[in-house]
Design a protein. Structure first.
Lengths: 203, 634
């Protein structure tokens, strides 16, 4: 059903993701931030710099990268909200908007439109994008209680590619990763390819 | 009209109608039949009709730039939907817009997801094709790989101009859905039907219908079905509420002379029918707008409207929607990746093919339709290798395709019921059969054809085509209820009443309680002189559907033939109650009452019939007769 071209690029991205993952594992100490290095920060909607990994010590942190004009990340809004509600008090969710052109006012409107009740950060410097190794909106990054990146990738397998969605997802990688992080375990799947809009288009 | 009373001397004589209330029974298979669109080319397409081919290939030492190389492609293929208020989720009108989605555009053009155009390239061209060629796709990728250069401002072509508001100008009539539909934030795709009553007091000819489906980001496609008998209203829980359902069926008891596709999909340009092919709208007609809605992630409201453009030029040419289908062959085992169904139909006369609409549900994979001409050549009518229900559409040929008598139209659809089909609604896959629910599967091919000749000059060529089609369906699937009924109706229309009776009886064996077929069989039996037996079926029809005007009317006539005027009057009273505007029913009620000696009341009904139709000769003659009788009694 899918064209060869797409298969090739998808395979390439997998390999890259794997290399990146190895890099995280070997560079223990990259997180939490080493001395002298600027803490990776987002900016909240009032303009205050916030390091989401340090805001709530001892709890797993989930960053969800979205943008206001990405139809796939918008369709995920109810899923994201539902998942975050399920882990209230156990894991902390942050929405991260990596498009520097999206103003706080536009983001506040977006939160209202889509019924989000999550804290939101802007990430104009892509500091959190690098931290979470995110490439796509929507994409999730899960950090365990010690701040280690244990999962990054899709929320679930609802979308197979642009325009090709299952009626409902059949695997739930983000949920699985959070549950593993809560048990202090590594998730079985550490990284997956997400389907959506490319963050690199925003650079 | 044959149904009427004729005065003979002083006695009133009844002539019974042969066909149900003077109409030819005809069950149009109107499942989700679609669409329309067409014609006026919008300004922006005029401006950009010719892609600057020379600019597609920058010189070897030149880098690809937006202004010179990419903007013409984006303006031509993307901007009509990717602009505010249209279906595209973000605008693609400027360099900044496009740069912000550069890699995404590479990905979606390489998979063929955008621009959305399902058919493979073929010799028979479709109007308004929206397809990038491989050079254009490669050029976009090169541009992104080279860093998305903007280029020289003087290379930038003028931006596309769009008509604001209604694309065809101010409509003659705008009809808006009575109430919005509330689409939930999440969940699977929803199919919702809005009933749009058309407020006209006399028959009008329509040259175009522009569909404004509401928020275009949410509506994947929409099509209009013509409901001439207000049958859909029964599906609403309250008037104006609308009703759900992917495949809707509107049975028509009329031989619908105006078979047009009325369809909207993102980027659609409203179609203006050529002179002589207007759509007839009668008072009391409802248009039913069938919409496919996709949740966006937040709660939404959709309230469509349509704009209607009238013409003074009545239809002189009558296209038909011909449907091939293989639903009865659909019984797809779980896991089956290549389940094939096939059908062939030989044209009984010359036609021109105007448009085509292939339709399957979520398991459809590869949809092919071909025409094998009498000279042995084969033409691909449409081939969709990667079917996607979300992007179903009516495809109109750039030029009408002449298909001579004897051409074999063939459809071959392939289905994938494996786990690999992401659209598969069942996880794990399960057995799926043909049917109307979205969880069932379908294999339909609709063809809009203009019959060009009739082997029998006395017959409407559409009826020749319809009879051949119904016979084809009956031979292929003896359990096809509608085909038996339609074949019966066509045979009855050309005077083969015995043949019609056999087909109606076959249909009735499949659905003994169907009111329309019981009524039709009754009319055939009347035609054969078997009034007693006819009454059985008319009675069954009134029991099956107590609000069925035709059955009451015909039963009244049959009773009158047997001179049971008292019972006849009761049936005519029911008929008048069900259709107060029917002059014939009033006239016959008057006649039955006159037979019963109720001259004063009879007179009232003759007067009423004449108010409804001042040219009703029978009512006039009978009124005079009754007045003479009343005068004589004094």
């Amino acid at each position: 059903m899918y064209r060869d071209q797409q298969r090739v690029s998808s395979a390439l991205r997998l390999i890259l993701g794997f290399i990146a993952l190895v890099a995280t594992f070997t560079s223990i100490g990259y997180l939490p931030v080493s001395a002298g290095e600027a803490s990776p920060r987002g900016v909240d909607l009032t303009g205050k710099a916030i390091d989401p990994l340090r805001a709530t010590p001892g709890e797993p942190v989930v960053l969800i990268f979205i943008r206001t004009d990405c139809p796939i990340s918008n369709r995920y809004a109810p899923t994201i909200q539902r998942l975050s509600s399920r882990y209230t008090g156990k894991a902390v969710f942050w929405l991260v908007y990596p498009d520097k052109a999206e103003s706080s006012a536009a983001i506040e409107q977006h939160l209202r439109d889509y019924g989000y009740k999550l804290p939101a950060l802007r990430d104009p410097q892509h500091s959190l994008v690098k931290l979470g190794q995110a490439q796509i909106t929507p994409e999730a990054a899960v950090f365990d209680a010690s701040g280690q990146l244990v999962y990054h990738g899709r929320i679930d397998n609802w979308y197979k590619e642009f325009g090709r969605a299952r009626p409902a997802p059949t695997t739930h990688e983000l949920d699985d990763a959070i549950q593993a992080a809560l048990k202090g375990e590594k998730p079985q799947v550490a990284t997956t390819d997400a389907v959506g809009c490319y963050i690199s288009d925003l650079e | 009209m044959m149904r009427a009373w004729r005065p003979a001397g002083l006695a009133l004589e009844l002539v019974v109608a042969v066909a149900g209330s003077g109409t030819i029974g005809f069950a149009v298979r109107a499942t989700s039949a679609p669409l329309t669109t067409g014609a006026k080319t919008p300004v922006y397409l005029h401006a950009l009709r010719r892609m600057p081919e020379a600019l597609l290939y920058p010189a070897a030492n030149q880098k690809v730039t937006f202004n010179r190389d990419i903007a013409p492609i984006v303006y031509h293929y993307c901007a009509s939907c990717h602009r505010p208020g249209e279906a595209g989720p973000f605008p693609l009108l400027t360099y900044e817009d496009v740069k912000k989605h550069g890699r995404q555009i590479v990905a979606v053009t390489q998979t063929g997801f955008m621009p959305p155009w399902l058919p493979e390239p073929q010799a028979l061209k479709f109007a308004d094709e929206r397809r990038l060629n491989s050079d254009q796709i490669a050029l976009i990728k090169t541009w992104v790989d080279q860093g998305m250069l903007q280029g020289d401002a003087k290379d930038l072509p003028p931006p596309p101009k769009f008509e604001p508001g209604w694309q065809l100008g101010k409509p003659d009539l705008v009809v808006k859905a009575a109430r919005p539909f509330a689409l939930s934030a999440t969940g699977i795709d929803t199919y919702w039907n809005f009933i749009l009553p058309i407020p006209i007091s006399e028959a009008r000819w329509v040259k175009a219908v522009e569909i404004r489906p509401g928020d275009k980001r949410l509506v994947h496609h929409a099509n209009i079905l013509v409901d001439r008998q207000e049958l859909s209203r029964k599906l609403e829980t309250s008037p104006g509420a609308g009703f759900g359902g992917m495949e809707i069926r509107i049975e028509s008891e009329l031989f619908d002379p105006d078979s047009h596709f009325l369809f909207w999909k993102p980027g659609t340009v409203p179609y203006v029918e050529p002179d002589g092919m207007a759509l007839r709208l009668d008072p009391g007609t409802d248009l039913v707008l069938n919409t496919h809605l996709q949740p966006s992630g937040k709660p939404e409201e959709i309230q469509p409207s349509i704009g209607i453009y009238f013409t003074d030029k009545p239809a002189t040419e009558h296209p038909m929607l011909v449907q091939l289908e293989c639903d009865s062959q659909l019984d797809i085992p779980p896991g089956e990746e290549n389940f094939v169904v096939h059908d062939e139909f030989t044209l009984p006369l010359d036609v021109e093919l105007l448009a085509i609409y292939p339709h399957a549900h979520y398991l459809g994979k590869d949809l092919l339709a071909t025409a094998r001409l009498p000279d042995g050549t084969t033409q691909t009518l449409i081939h969709i290798q990667h079917w996607d229900l979300n992007w179903q559409a009516v495809y109109r040929y750039e030029q009408a395709v002449p298909l001579p008598k004897g051409t074999v139209i063939s459809m071959r659809y392939v289905y994938d019921n494996s786990e690999d089909n992401v659209a598969n609604p069942n996880h794990p896959p399960k057995r799926v059969r043909g049917g109307n629910r979205s969880s069932d599967e379908m294999a339909h091919l609709w063809l809009q054809m203009l019959p060009k000749s009739s082997p029998d000059s006395n017959r409407d060529p559409r009826m020749v085509l319809q009879e051949a089609l119904a016979r084809h369906h009956v031979e292929r699937d003896p359990a096809d209820f509608e085909a038996h009924y339609n074949l019966g109706a066509m045979l009855q229309a050309r005077g083969d009443v015995g043949g019609a009776e056999a087909q109606y009886r076959a249909a009735l064996r499949l659905r003994p309680d169907d009111a329309v077929v019981n009524n039709a069989l009754g009319t055939a039996l009347i035609g054969l002189g078997q009034v007693d037996e006819a009454m059985r079926y008319f009675t069954a029809a009134t029991r099956a559907r107590p609000d069925y005007f035709d059955a009451h009317y015909n039963l009244g006539n049959a009773l009158a033939v047997q001179e049971n005027f008292s019972a006849a009057a009761e049936q005519f009273r029911d008929a008048v109650r069900l259709k107060p505007q029917d002059a014939d029913a009033e006239a016959n009620l008057g006649s039955a009452l006159a037979q019963l000696g109720e001259l004063s009341e009879a007179k009232t009904h003759f007067v009423r019939a004449l108010q409804l139709n001042p040219n009703h000769a029978l009512a006039r003659e009978n009124l005079q007769l009754v007045e003479q009788m009343m005068a004589a009694a004094h």
